[in-house]
Design a protein around this ligand. Sequence first.
Ligand SMILES: *[C@@H]1O[C@H](CO)[C@@H](O)[C@H](O)[C@H]1NC(C)=O
Ligand SMILES: *[C@@H]1O[C@H](CO)[C@@H](O)[C@H](O)[C@H]1NC(C)=O
Length: 606
Amino acid sequence: MLHLLHNRKYKVLTLLFLAVVAACSLNLFIATRIDQKYLESTALKLHGDSKFNPRASTRAVFKFVSDRIKHNSQVSRAGNPDGIYFHWDDWVDLSPADRILNRYRKGFPLGECDDIIEDFAKVNGYRMESYNRKVLRGMANLYCSKEVPDRIILTTDNEMIEVPVVGKRRMGYDSKPIKMNKQMLIRKMKKVEKSVVHSNFTTYPIKALQSNLDISVADFLFDPEAETFKLQEKESQTKLTSEESTYLEFLQTSSELSDHADKFFKYPWIVTDVVQGRSHHIAYPFFKRFIGDRERQSIIHHMIRAWFSFAETTGYASWIAHGSLLGWTYNGVNMPWDTDVDIQMPIVQIDKLGRYHNNSIIVENPRYGNGKYYLVVAPTYLKYGNGRNFIDARFIDINSGLYIDISAVQYTGDVPPNNEQNERRDLSQLWVHCKNWNWNSLDEILPLRHTYFEGGSAYIPKKVTQIMSRKYGSDSMSDYSFHHHNFQKDIDLWVPDEICSKPPKIKTRFNEHGGLSYKGACHSPVLSDEYDIVKPSADRHKLLNKNLDNPATYRVEEMGELPFLRKDAWDYFNDLNENLVHCTGWAINEPVVGKIYETGKANEKQ
Ligand SMILES: *[C@@H]1O[C@H](CO)[C@@H](O)[C@H](O)[C@H]1NC(C)=O
Ligand SMILES: *[C@@H]1O[C@H](CO)[C@@H](O)[C@H](O)[C@H]1NC(C)=O
């Protein structure tokens, strides 16, 4: 008996020991940083294996528009008189799931699915499973289950063109690989831009951001019940338009929904990623691989510029917040380890965004890159609800799943921290907050201020240092070491500690071309490339924002946008795979073109 007990105890101890060893090694395995080189070579291989070309869908929409302008009566294959067809398979590289999807593409070329794959595709993104299975699931979800957008918005040099989507149908743009370079696509875009005035497409002339933007206090006060009442009143007298009845129905159901909703914006839950959370900044179902640091910086560079241009042009006010704003204080760009961009907007404007531009794809001007962004407003934006949904909208890069988080800011009557006075008598000092309880008084936000972020025009709140100090502490803007990076003031750049933890002790870090010398770059070609990319933004930031709260005066049109400085991510891998380039740099210099900047250029020349 004693012997048996002893034996059992021994067994338990052994098991316990093994369990601890297993847990430790598993933890080590999942907590080890995935090597950047590994991420890049995986991406390169996936690109090489895929036939997907993002220019194909862009070209198809431009062609649809020009066909419609030329022969209005004819119905083109890509759509009908009311708009164009859409299938995610034509817009997103779903090749990681080819082994499942090819069968369906062949059996049903127009993109239908059957029950088997539908069941596989509609499983909640929060099911914990392996990386490979999650990727297959996401791709199948896009192929079969995800609703198609309501509209596609094309960007040309001077216009945005809205193309309604009329239904789900796969066109197979990639089945006949097209040889089409960027120049050909730009010519197409210019031609469409010229003739689109003679069509019935809704267009918006592209606008330059203003030097200051005041927002009405009323935009921070939103009363869904009053809106509901107004519409019901109207309904009792006349017939509501279809948009109005949709909106009324939404108002009547959203409140209930917000109280019981699951998280609306999901990220993929992956077993091997629980500790690191590297997929937590990639939207499900768009996730197909982890994104390396430099690729992510490129995607963010293009995405943030596309957002502000879209928002100004279509009439929405927003500003940079949180970590992105902290990054701006240093050198005018996002911090290299930051995984997303945070934007805030007044609640009334989110409401409008939801009514007029929800579920849209915004296509980047092909001159600058191949970006396609999916704009979605959460149906839970009206109120705090059960607290699961504090992000109110997202602007998602559909080929990587990276995104801009957009949150509504409003006055709710809740008591601000520190018992700040919050009376509606003094409107300019009203305290407002987002659903994640970041509080600001209106006079520290308004009027919004024009600045340059990632080289493009953007808005920031008025009192940056006050806001940053409250959120991150007063030394957050001068703490030169964060997240395995150190900020080297002599080159205005966050440098990964593993490259060098302080500036090298040499007479000069620069070469005769104004770039970093080999030693000056701590022997790192990556650092040298990063320096070239960030320098124009950092220089301008220094010129304009010596005093963070009190910028130098400048005229926006005269200053103009900085060029696009990071190569488009798809182009980067494509150029390498096609042997179009010999080195692995991300730096480009693609000037911004458009009528709104021409006055500025003329002045510069004088
Ligand atoms: C625009 O719409 C009107 C009314 O539906 C139609 O008569 C006209 O032909 C259309 N014009 C073009 C260029 O599409
Ligand atoms: C926006 O569109 C998505 C996709 O169709 C939908 O799920 C969501 O409820 C919509 N949001 C609003 C505010 O209507």
